[in-house]
Design a protein around this ligand. Sequence first.
Ligand SMILES: Cc1cc2nc3c(=O)[nH]c(=O)nc-3n(C[C@H](O)[C@H](O)[C@H](O)COP(=O)(O)OP(=O)(O)OC[C@H]3O[C@@H](n4cnc5c(N)ncnc54)[C@H](O)[C@@H]3O)c2cc1C
Length: 335
Amino acid sequence: MLARQLINGVRSKNLCLSQRFQSTLVIAEHDNEKLTPVTLNTVTAANKIGGDVSLLVTGTNCAKVVEEASKISGVSKILLADNEAFKGFLPEAITPLVLSTQKQFSFSHILAGATAFGKGLLPRVAAKLDVSPVSDIIEVKTADTFVRTIYAGNAIQTVKSNDTVKVVSVRGTAFEAADTTGGSASTEDAPAPSDENTLSSFVGQELSKSDRPELTSAKAVISGGRGMKNGENFKMLYDLADKMNAAVGASRAAVDAGFVPNDMQVGQTGKIVAPDLYVAVGISGAIQHLAGMKDSKVIVAINKDPEAPIFQVADYGLVADLFKAIPEMDAAVSS
Ligand SMILES: Cc1cc2nc3c(=O)[nH]c(=O)nc-3n(C[C@H](O)[C@H](O)[C@H](O)COP(=O)(O)OP(=O)(O)OC[C@H]3O[C@@H](n4cnc5c(N)ncnc54)[C@H](O)[C@@H]3O)c2cc1C
């Protein structure tokens, strides 16, 4: 009994010691006005690793983001690089900054969200640091051991990294958002980038604007597939979504057919979502689509084919013609 207590005591002391030696840099994702929600999930993952958590904010005229970030609970320091050079958030420009920051502070971990931004940045950083990145983690076991999905979510892998710096991307839907109040992080300037970005420059961007909630953080998502037949028919889903304060997603088949833009794609090669409610309309349920939505809390499927694989993951299934079912749903929600 005493021996076990001693062993447990030594173990927890070692855990505390190992946590004390961790220091994590989280690379903030934002649009110069507001933090992207995945940053808050990434901060939670960083706090699970233990030790100090610093946030690197790079952008152009991003004072509002710094103000918001300084209140996040669990962040002790903000490193700020507010400069024209970071216009467009090009990974080619941000990588040298992360490298110089790493050189100065020797973080044990560098984290970002597993989003288009993180996927563009972290492999570059890892290659320059000569370490293997650990991508798209869904759990932190210890400071060096992480859980991630492979084979489009069909298998779960636990990986241990022996690299001195762990470069990790985080699946936002797998971690709660950190509290945006109660923090009091200090702000200091990040070191100058180790190199100038001469490879690429930001020319411009066309962003789709929507008043609907953002797909990856919406509480409810309605997605349409090839069964919608064309882009105009998506209006039915937009109308219903607006009444339910839901975001609208799509299968890859719907995107490839040109019904909707590709930032709406849910799945293995699209966005990963885990809302409270996911409604799949005219979507067959291919594994690549399921990889992006099967962690949703309640899944509703509407499909005219009773054999469609989507019904195997659905909590509620409606075998019906969507062109009849959606107007009926809309009327029911409106009344
Ligand atoms: C490497 C790779 C990556 C991929 N990544 C993704 C990804 O990220 N996301 C993704 O979605 N797919 C992805 N795919 C494609 C995936 O394999 C499927 O082809 C795709 O998901 C099918 O889309 P769908 O369900 O809309 O179309 P379909 O499989 O054609 O299904 C259409 C469904 O609509 C139903 N339907 C038709 N008319 C009606 C009606 N009037 N009323 C009700 N139901 C109706 C049909 O019964 C059918 O089940 C990927 C594929 C590969 C190889």
